[in-house]
Design a protein around this ligand. Structure first.
Ligand SMILES: Cc1cc2nc3c(=O)[nH]c(=O)nc-3n(C[C@H](O)[C@H](O)[C@H](O)COP(=O)(O)O)c2cc1C
Ligand SMILES: [Fe+2]
Ligand SMILES: [Fe+2]
Length: 395
């Protein structure tokens, strides 16, 4: 697939993997993007997962028409992009491997070979001239691995952004790929948010640094390693990244996450939601049963909106496991800057609210509602009053 006269897309669509990185459900798949710049010198950007190597090589062969690539540029060593490096290196023994110094160490670890005889280690500020195209390397260390490098093609004003600006999802239509305009026109934010918050969320500071560098570049196209190549309205995507990486809510709204064993906590949550809807009819409310939802959807929603309600049962003087898991995911993504409401249930010694608050202590800048809804087995009139008070604080 052509992106321009001399830049071709050779990536693959993955509709086979059920869980990305063994934890994120990907109902509409994911793409592993790879690009070839056909200049006086030929450069290939990134490989693909091992299961897709044959398809990737077939795509590459069509573009190369018998030529040999001069460079393989490795921007990221996570195996979804790097697993086929060694196969590539064996197929093209003359090709120079271009990557960051830490990436070559990782190649040694993954493949037992750091390609000493043909490696070109690059760092921030280095560039590589292919003839017409001048590629400038930008360190994106810890977005979200230490070796990550992004690449700016000065000639065509393209930012090859590694995992940055990637999203879950692959085109469902036959013959469509990451550069198909209809794929770019699909909704982007939900799959990109879930991808970003889950995988990169912890590294907001590092993403902010890269955004500062990108602000100094004239960018007409963003080529990520997952999801559509972005050509239109790029400010929109940069805006999302700015919000996510600065831990700023995207919009006013309330996420409600609960777990319930016998249904009484759930009943209280439903009462809360009914009253929230009545008190603030225009406020979006997203509700998740943590035992049954994809936790990455719940976490992404908690980042999206400015308020979060957590409701769970006391469980062996602790909290229900799926709520604990949810909070651990939130901590892993560096959750912060939100208003929190707490609801708990316990039949003999309710303790869940205190446990949740203690677990979330590591999250900076959370403001807690004064009211805690504390239920003993089933909602009573006092609980209904507490819910009204919590709604007044949240709405
Ligand atoms: C395995 C298990 C452990 C529990 N441990 C506690 C506990 O330590 N303290 C407590 O007050 N209630 C405990 N409970 C009781 C529930 O928290 C309580 O019945 C609650 O009302 C259930 O709310 P639900 O109807 O929303 O499931 C436990 C329940 C289960 C199933
Ligand atoms: Fe990655
Ligand atoms: Fe990736």
């Amino acid at each position: 697939m052509s992106m321009s006269n001399d830049i071709k897309y050779i990536g693959v669509n993955d509709h086979v993997t059920d869980l990305f990185e063994s934890q994120y459900p990907i109902k509409t798949g994911v793409t592993y993007n790879s690009y070839v710049v056909m200049d006086e010198k030929i450069a290939v950007f990134d490989t693909v997962g091992e299961d897709f190597a044959d398809e990737w090589f077939a795509n590459m062969d069509k573009v190369l028409e018998g030529k040999t690539p001069d460079y393989l540029i490795v921007q990221h060593m996570e195996p979804d992009h790097s697993a086929s490096i060694d196969l590539f290196a064996k197929k093209f023994p003359e090709t120079t491997i271009v990557s960051s110094a830490p990436a070559f160490n990782m190649m040694k670890q993954f493949f037992g070979c750091g390609y000493e005889d043909r490696k070109m280690a690059v760092k921030e500020g280095d560039s590589l001239n292919l003839g017409k195209h001048e590629l400038c390397f930008i360190s994106a260390s810890m977005v979200h691995w230490p070796e990550v490098t992004m690449t700016y093609d000065k000639t065509d004003k393209i930012l090859f952004s590694a995992d940055g600006f990637g999203r879950f999802g692959a085109p469902l239509k036959d013959g469509c790929c990451a550069v198909s305009p209809e794929f770019e026109d699909e909704p982007w934010a939900d799959d990109a948010r879930r991808y970003y918050i889950g995988i990169v969320g912890k590294y907001g500071v590092q993403v902010q640094n890269v955004l500062k560098k990108a602000a100094g570049l004239e960018i007409e196209t963003i080529c990520p390693l997952h999801g559509p190549v972005l050509t239109k309205d790029l400010g929109k995507y940069i805006d999302f990244y700015d919000k996510w990486s600065s831990y700023t809510a995207e919009e006013s709204g309330i996420t409600v996450c609960y777990s319930s064993v016998y249904g009484h906590t759930k009943a209280a949550v439903m009462t809360l939601i009914d009253e929230l809807k009545a008190a603030a009819p225009d406020t979006p409310i997203a509700c998740f049963d943590l035992a049954r939802c994809d936790v990455s959807e719940a976490v992404a929603s908690a980042f999206r909106y400015d308020r979060l309600v957590l409701a769970t049962t006391t469980y062996n003087m602790d909290i229900f496991p799926c709520m604990k898991d949810f909070i651990n995911h939130m901590l892993a993504s560096n959750f912060q800057n939100k208003k929190i409401g707490l609801m708990e249930n316990g039949t003999w010694a309710p303790k869940a609210a205190a446990v949740m608050k203690e677990l979330m202590e590591k999250c900076p800048n959370l403001t807690y509602c004064d009211t805690i809804v504390s239920i003993k087995s089933a909602m009573n009139d006092a609980n209904r009053d507490q819910i009204k008070a919590l709604v007044a604080e949240l709405a």
